[in-house]
Design a protein around this ligand. Structure first.
Ligand code: DA2
Length: 288
């Protein structure tokens, strides 16, 4: 089993993550808290109350976990294509796989990464939603003191299964949308690259960016549901399950609720995924 894809997936994912985390914090807050009037209001209030550090809350755990999550995604994707088409990454420029194979391999990568991602994503979302400024003498401490304390508290208060809160919504979000992600990327690369050649860096950047946008646009409704289910259990709203979360959110806030965070998600998706694909292709080429 080729391992380069796993390593390239890890490095490229980490670069994209640091770039996109501030946008991700604003998105999560818009999706789960109804107190903000929009993106700018959320950014201004976060900055005023928590300084620039507020945008980076909850980033340390994803950085640690991206090694597993992104390498599983890219590694499983590439190895699934190897199984389906009997071609390695380098051979695929001369013998491009069908879009059906790309979609199936992307869905497989998405499905498996969702299970690795679930507990890390839960902790990230819980920490991102803490709006308290950094601890000052006399001010009440935030509920979670950091990622390890957050994981331990969830384990104690909500049980081991609590760490997988929202995992089902996450799996439903990631399985088809990662198929869309890789199909969009492949399609855009093939449109602007002569047969048998490697796509240029500019093509990879644009195709990666639009692959990110296409996948996040389709992922946003289930992303909202996932974030809300992850925040349930904190003594706020409780849901009976995924369907209950969808129905009660739509009843109380209208159908528009499923598109919360769409703009910021798309704005974040372009640079994050442009950098992710560029570094992924670059590393595989360099090791080639
Ligand atoms: C729609 N979904 C779930 C994705 N496209 N996932 C791939 C993640 C890529 C990058 N780390 C990001 O956060 O955009």
């Amino acid at each position: 089993m080729p391992v380069e894809e796993f390593v390239a997936g890890w490095v490229s994912g980490a670069l994209g993550l640091v770039l996109g985390h501030p946008f991700d914090t604003v998105k999560v807050r818009l999706q789960t808290q109804s107190t903000y009037r929009g993106i700018i209001d959320c950014m201004v209030r976060t900055y005023r109350r928590e300084s620039v550090l507020g945008f980076f809350k909850g980033m340390s755990f994803p950085i640690a976990s991206i090694a597993v999550v992104n390498s599983v995604l890219f590694g499983v994707y590439s190895n699934a294509l190897l199984l389906l088409t009997a071609t390695s990454h380098h051979e695929r420029r001369l013998q491009p796989p069908s879009y059906t194979h790309v979609f199936i391999a992307g869905c497989t990568g998405g499905f498996l990464q969702a299970y690795c991602l679930a507990p890390f994503d839960l902790i990230k979302v819980r920490l991102q939603n803490q709006t308290e400024p950094r601890a000052r003498p006399g001010s009440p401490p935030p509920r979670y003191r950091g990622p390890v304390h957050c994981a331990a508290s969830i384990f104690q208060e909500e049980g081991p299964r609590g760490l997988f809160r929202g995992a089902w919504a996450l799996t439903l979000r990631d399985t088809p949308t990662l198929g869309i992600y890789f199909v969009t990327y492949e399609w855009l690369c093939r449109q602007s690259t002569p047969d048998g050649q490697n796509p240029s860096s500019a093509t990879v950047l644009v195709a990666g960016g639009f692959a990110g946008i296409a996948s996040w646009v389709t992922a946003t409704p289930l992303d909202v549901v996932k974030s809300r289910m992850q925040m349930a259990g904190l003594g706020q709203r409780e849901f009976q399950g995924l369907l209950d979360c969808m129905v009660s959110s739509a009843r109380q806030e209208g159908l528009g609720v499923f598109f919360r965070g769409l703009t910021i998600n798309s704005a974040r998706a372009f640079p994050v995924n442009a950098v992710t694909f560029l570094s992924y292709e670059y590393l595989l080429h360099a090791w080639g």
